[in-house]
Write a protein that binds this ligand. Structure first.
Ligand code: SF4
Ligand code: F3S
Length: 107
């Protein structure tokens, strides 16, 4: 099992999740983070840290979120790891909760 970063992270990218991950499982793209399922140890520590409630366990993903499991794995094959908190985008709060952000994902 693994935890998965889902849609509401897009353009929010608060990175609070990174600060608590004991195994540095997160990778970073321009406006989204993903979790490498090979590295994640299912500790759940990141879940309550995310202000966007974007991190979900794979078995808890809804049908319309399920594609994020493969997407997280694919993105972490290309994106570099991120191991420390950094400032969120200035407009992060205005994107928190906005629907249908997948088309805005930058690779
Ligand atoms: Fe890291 Fe634990 Fe979150 Fe997996 S569940 S990404 S190991 S903090
Ligand atoms: Fe994204 Fe939440 Fe982490 S918005 S960067 S999953 S704290």
């Amino acid at each position: 099992m693994t935890f998965v970063v889902t849609e509401n992270c897009i353009k929010c990218k608060y990175t609070d999740c990174v600060a608590v991950c004991p195994v540095d499982a997160f990778c970073e793209g321009p406006n989204f983070l993903a979790i490498d399922p090979v590295i994640c140890i299912d500790c759940e520590l990141c879940v309550p840290e995310c202000p966007a409630d974007a991190i979900i366990q794979d078995i808890e993903l809804s049908e319309d979120q399920h594609h994020y499991l493969a997407l997280n794995e694919e993105l972490c094959e290309h994106w570099p790891p991120i191991t420390a908190l950094k400032a969120a985008p200035d407009d992060a709060d205005s994107w928190n909760g906005v629907q249908d952000k997948l088309t805005l994902l930058e690779r």
